[in-house]
Design a protein around this ligand. Sequence first.
Ligand SMILES: [Zn+2]
Length: 344
Amino acid sequence: MRRFLLILAGLAAAVTVGAQDRQTDSLRHSFGRQKLTSSNRKSTPYADTLDTGNPAVKVVLYNNGTYRYVKDPAKVVEDSVFTANWDTRAVNPYREEPEDLPDRFSIWIVDTLDSYCCPYQTRPRSQYGYRHGRRHQGIDLPYPTGTPVPAAFDGKVRISDYVGGYGNLVVIRHANGLETFYGHLSRRDVQSGDWVNAGDIIGLGGSTGRSTGPHLHFETRYRGAAFDPAWLIDFETGTLRHRLLKIRSWYFNPNQRYVQSVDDEDEIFRTDEEDRIAAEEQAKKEAAARAAAEAAAMRYHTVRSGDTLSAIARKYHTSVRELCRLNGIKETSILRVGQRLRVR
Ligand SMILES: [Zn+2]
């Protein structure tokens, strides 16, 4: 438990420092993530964690009364998305063609738990699609050699290797099934199997592999099928275009670049999605309100010399059994002077 809490605390700090110091915050929700700065988080130890309906998600309560949701990577990576078609060498480990994907489907890109960090805010140097008769499955971002490259979203590193034309390549798989590729790196700072949060540095920009100068080759793929990253990210502003990305099968056409036009053919589809978003937002708000109420009701006792569990239980009109449950201890546990026990 203690180890889990330490992991959570580290994770919480990493998420905040990584994303808040970077350029795009516009699409990150403030809701459910108290906007603490990294400095006050360091001086604000957590008081407790609460379970949520999702075993991979905990609410961490801080001593100053704030709270936030955090994910336990150890739980998240048990998801089959991180085990099926998992290959630390093959660029495309999926044995399917883009035609096998549905005509249209939606994937959540970020929610209150998943954050985003723009790989680099810049005007792309080279676009998705064919050029000089060769298929270009990503977008090229001018990227000075040695510039740190952040992970765009939380996920697990699938490939960290030198791979032909890509040079030094890092591929991260995300919980929604999306993969992001970072090519031509001068240095790789992560290994296959590492969990990264959005904004974590995965390597340095460079010009390795088939490259005519320092740049970052960035790809987005879904189940092995590449689509123009511009559907997802507006690189010039650094912002995500959608929190819920609606993908059409024709996005996977090798020559299909992002087009700005909004098509109105499926207003109903969009409305359904919006209803679903609203319902999920409402459920999250209610969960946060419950967590806040529980946090407000919590009381602690600092153990003094001579205290016993039964004396503490009497003092706070509770039971030894309840004290043990709240603190994850046994009736026979030895109390230390100065130890903080949750009593309510
Ligand atoms: Zn490229």
